[in-house]
Design a protein around this ligand. Structure first.
Ligand code: UDP
Length: 327
């Protein structure tokens, strides 16, 4: 069994990965500044250090076998308004983390990258060798870190994987009754927003554009269940080789439109979901679908909950639980 540092382990994806590491018998320390994370998101059984990634040197020592790095600012719109925040934290912060890893002789890293590095794709499905042309400082910051990690592997023998997530959704429930899901504030993501409408917490959902060149005119995205995504991180830890940087898309390879998502929420919840058409959101490509071939081939990854209804069912279960907690 191994010992891992999970940066950003109080956030959505980081907490689900930390829970999977613990379930697999590993020892986990979460480092999170709680800027956007929630302390109750830190899984029971993990040690928790409140701090920034710039302070990773205070935590890491040679007893650690690796780092899973999720801590980052991740709001596209905010990154356009305040790019410095993204360069300073996501990029310069990761530079400090890499130096801390080198000093502590911790030589394995799995990094949470994003499909936003591809920008407006020239074709779908997107493969890892397609051109990268991010359209926001958020995407640029993640791409810069991918490059930084590649250099660290080549120069200093780091074993690393960058996993480029498509649209992460759903929630994770453990046997001991814990639940991990999305708690963004403000919420901007489609599935949790539509679920809030189904719960009666919002009047309607805005469909951002219905004149895209897609079958029903609304944007198509590749939604991946957060637990399937988490399992890919554990596989990446096993596959990482010194001096090599594995870059892998994580999506199911299936696209669903905004209208299909809304319809699925109606079916799963049994509640009405009024929708209105709003203007396009700037920077939204019409279609973002991953080629999952490399994840399947290199990691041996197989999604278990690739069905949109299954993803929405778990997200709904989590949303109901959050509503009960705050009632
Ligand atoms: N979307 C929408 N209404 C909303 C939120 C999102 O129509 O209130 C659309 C958005 O334009 C995109 C898709 O839903 O096409 C997924 O958006 P989300 O913000 O969840 O993820 P992103 O694709 O931006 O990472």
């Amino acid at each position: 069994m191994s010992k891992y540092l999970v940066t950003g382990g109080a956030g959505y994806v980081g907490s689900v990965v930390a829970a999977h590491l613990l379930a697999a018998g590993h020892t986990v320390t979460v480092l999170d500044d709680l800027d956007t994370g929630f302390e109750r998101g830190v899984p029971a059984g993990a040690a928790f250090v409140r701090g920034r990634i710039q302070e990773a040197a205070d935590v890491l020592d040679p007893s650690y076998d690796g780092v899973l790095h999720f801590a980052a600012h991740s709001r596209v719109g905010e990154s356009v308004e305040d790019p410095e925040k993204y360069w300073r934290n996501n990029v310069a912060g990761t530079l400090d983390l890499l130096a801390a890893m080198r000093a502590a002789q911790v030589r394995t890293l799995v990094f949470s990258s994003t499909a936003a590095v591809y920008g407006e794709p020239e074709r779908t499905p997107i493969t890892e060798t397609d051109p990268t042309a991010p359209t926001s400082p958020y995407g640029s910051s993640k791409l810069a870190v991918d490059h930084m990690i590649g250099g660290e592997c080549a120069a200093h023998g780091l074993a690393a994987a960058s996993l480029r997530y498509f649209n992460v959704a759903g929630a994770h429930f453990t046997d001991d009754g814990a639940a991990y899901g999305e708690r963004h504030d403000p919420e901007t993501h489609l599935i949790p927003l539509v679920l809030q409408v189904a719960q009666g917490r919002r009047e309607s959902v805005s469909v951002f554009g219905d004149d895209y060149p897609t079958p029903d005119g609304t944007c198509v995205r590749d939604y991946i269940h957060v637990a399937d995504l988490a399992r890919a991180h554990l596989l990446a830890l096993e596959q990482a080789m010194p001096g090599e940087h594995l870059i892998c898309n994580l999506g199911n390879g299936n696209g669903f439109s905004v209208r299909e998502v809304i319809e699925t929420v109606r079916e799963v919840t049994g509640h009405p979901v009024p929708e209105t058409v709003a203007p396009r959101r700037s920077g939204d490509p019409a279609v973002l679908v991953a080629s999952a071939d490399r994840a399947r081939g290199e990691l041996g990854w197989r999604p278990e909950r690739a069905d949109l209804a299954a993803i929405v069912e778990d997200a709904w279960r989590f949303a109901q639980r959050v509503a009960e907690e705050s009632a």
